[in-house]
Write a protein that binds this ligand. Structure first.
Ligand code: ZN
Length: 234
């Protein structure tokens, strides 16, 4: 049984984290460690050095990202990954644009420790290159294209992991770099009810809260539930 379900699902409590071997101090769910190491081994056998750029993220980290976007301190991106001007945009459109690339605080899969953003370390072209996780980088012609192609092949038979943002389902933009440990994340998603979603927004000091509460069901369905499932759930 999951203890403190609400806190656990919304990034306020997570007792199951350990540092992972494919990063500098990034935290992941301890139950996925062996499987992640196995995946890293399969990739390295093909010459690709798996690196975790982002693992567990807590509620406050996600809240900071969101609020800084609304305040204009961080860029809000269009579908190609270019910064857009929100000055003349309605509050509803600002929220929808943020949701394409950034999860609502308390509703990020990174809160669960089961989801990671990945790159291939030995595909970075030079030491000064700053990885940005853009569609161009993971495109088949991009610097991480070959790495993701190999990963796609591996995931055909490795059912422990899946890409929840594999394709554009009208919610979150496709994020080829986002990988999920399916056995646990699928279970956590099934526990993430609209009641939890609502309580979280009410209790969070989030900018444009009224927009989210006004259209609660839409935001829950479009940006939380609307993901590609793991192979075990298809
Ligand atoms: Zn991610």
């Amino acid at each position: 049984m999951l203890k403190k379900t609400y806190e656990y699902l919304t990034g306020r409590y997570h007792p199951d984290l350990v540092p992972c071997q494919q990063s500098e101090m990034k935290l992941i769910h301890h139950e996925m460690v062996d499987h992640l190491n196995e995946l890293a081994k399969s990739l390295s056998d093909s010459g690709f050095d798996l690196f975790i750029l982002s693992g567990y993220r807590n509620h406050l980290d996600q809240l900071r990202i969101w609020n800084e976007k609304v305040e204009g301190q961080r860029p809000i991106l269009d579908d190609e990954g270019n910064a857009i001007d929100i000055k003349l945009m309605s509050d509803e459109d600002i929220v929808k644009n943020i949701c394409r690339w950034s999860a609502i605080p308390g509703a990020s899969r990174h809160h669960w420790g089961t989801d990671v953003d990945i790159i291939c370390k030995n595909s970075i072209p030079s030491e000064d290159y700053k990885v940005q996780l853009t569609p161009a980088e993971v495109h088949s012609n991009g610097i991480f294209g070959a790495f993701h192609q190999k990963l796609d092949e591996i995931l055909e038979s490795n059912l422990n992991f899946h890409r929840p943002y594999k394709e554009d389902l009208g919610g979150v933009s496709p994020e080829r770099w986002h990988l999920s440990y399916s056995p646990i994340s699928s279970d956590l998603l099934s526990k993430y009810t609209i009641e939890i979603f609502e309580k979280n927004i009410i209790e969070t000091d989030i900018h444009l809260k009224e927009v989210l509460l006004h259209d609660l069901e839409h935001f829950y369905e479009t940006y939380v539930l609307n993901v590609s499932p793991g192979a075990q759930n298809t």
